[in-house]
Design a protein around this ligand. Structure first.
Ligand SMILES: [Zn+2]
Length: 368
């Protein structure tokens, strides 16, 4: 059926071929199991199956793979047959460009008059301006409005500017509210990813109390992993992905084609311990991931989130966060013109089902 031996379904075989130390690391971090299934199609369905899935046999006997991160309990079912994602063809490309152009002149084209400011004012980056989110989701919640209307018109310099401007905004907010330390930077590109305005923009949030629950969950999972295995979760995550051929090093920053993606083509950009998200090596790696998404994989709609320890006056991580690396997570949200949502009950309440192959994604990262 033309499946390459380098694909995700061959992961168990790859793991069996690892040297003992690397195999032990995979075993303590991941549960990997193949799932076989069979169907019995009627004869009249066969032409359609052949056309849609390549062969009738591909539907009769199917193999899936379930990967579970034993430390975080993030899990993914890889089911290559499930997703027949249409690659953005010329029609969709034209439709999308037209749709983006049709909203030119929107409020974000004039953010100084069409968005509120924060009480401490606005932060001007080289390619963006901050405003306060009109509907706050935390004590401080900014929109970082790009100068460019087209949300897909980004490059490495814009990514660097985004991380710098986001932090400058957070520093401005902290000057008026030193107890607010939990900083989150988000980018929802286009409606498919939850963006309510097409104009290029990201968001940053800053608040007090416990950090956002998903980060606190990861911190606690890493602490448990440390005490149980005497090993670092983030370091093992990077090492395992490297061992099975799903990691790319970019100036000391590791980009992982995630083994338990939350949805299609998820990438994790993991900085070395203590690296700040504004350091050029880190923003360059994030830009490489985003440009690979856009230019080599045809991704048009994505979510991005920055995970980092709470901010402190002296820049040092607070107690319990010393080993928490800077991580950026990026996920493809699929064709903007696809009517069904990519997120269903399985994703919300069961285990995400993913059709794309991390080995295709890592290959694109290497070729870019
Ligand atoms: Zn605009």
């Amino acid at each position: 059926m033309g499946r390459r031996l380098t694909g995700i379904l061959e992961l168990p075989q790859r793991i069996r071929e690892l040297p003992p130390e690397a195999a032990a690391r995979v075993d303590r971090l991941f549960d990997v199991r193949s799932i076989g299934g069979e169907t019995d199609p009627p004869a009249e369905l066969e032409p359609w199956l052949r056309e849609t899935f390549g062969s009738v046999d591909a539907v009769r006997r199917q193999t899936m793979l379930r990967v579970t991160n034993l430390a975080t309990l993030e899990a993914t079912i890889f089911a290559p047959l499930r997703t027949r994602r249409p690659i953005d063809g010329p029609d969709h490309a034209r439709d999308l460009a037209a749709e983006i152009a049709a909203t030119e002149g929107d409020p974000f084209c004039d953010p100084e008059h069409a968005t509120p400011a924060d009480p401490f004012g606005r932060v001007r980056g080289s390619r963006m301006l901050t405003g306060a989110n009109a509907a706050l989701a935390d004590a401080h919640h900014a929109v970082l409005v790009f100068d460019d209307h087209d949300p897909l018109d980004f490059d490495a310099a814009l990514v660097a500017d985004l991380f710098a401007t986001g932090r400058a905004w957070a520093d401005g907010a902290r000057a008026t509210d030193p107890g607010a330390s939990n900083y989150l930077l988000l980018w929802n590109c286009l409606w498919r990813a939850g963006g309510s305005i097409i104009h290029g923009h990201a968001q940053s949030l800053l608040g007090g109390g416990m950090h956002h629950a998903r980060l606190e969950r990861f911190r606690r999972d890493a602490a448990a992993y440390r005490s149980f295995h005497d090993a670092e979760l983030a370091a093992d995550l990077a090492a395992v992905h490297g061992d099975v051929g799903l990691a790319v090093d970019r100036g000391g920053v590791t980009i992982l084609a995630h083994l338990t993606p939350v949805k299609e083509r998820e990438l994790l950009v993991v900085g070395p311990p203590g690296q700040d998200e504004r350091e050029p090596a880190f923003t360059d790696a994030v830009a490489h991931a985003l440009l690979t998404f856009r230019d080599r994989l045809g991704v048009r709609s994505f979510n991005l989130a920055l995970w980092r320890p709470p901010l402190t006056a002296d820049g040092a991580a607070p107690p319990g966060w010393e080993e928490f690396p800077t991580i950026v997570r990026i996920v493809d949200r699929g064709d903007p013109f696809s009517r069904p949502s990519d997120i269903g009950a399985m994703e919300l309440y069961g285990t995400p089902i993913v059709g794309s192959d991390p080995y295709d994604v890592v290959q694109a990262l290497r070729e870019a």
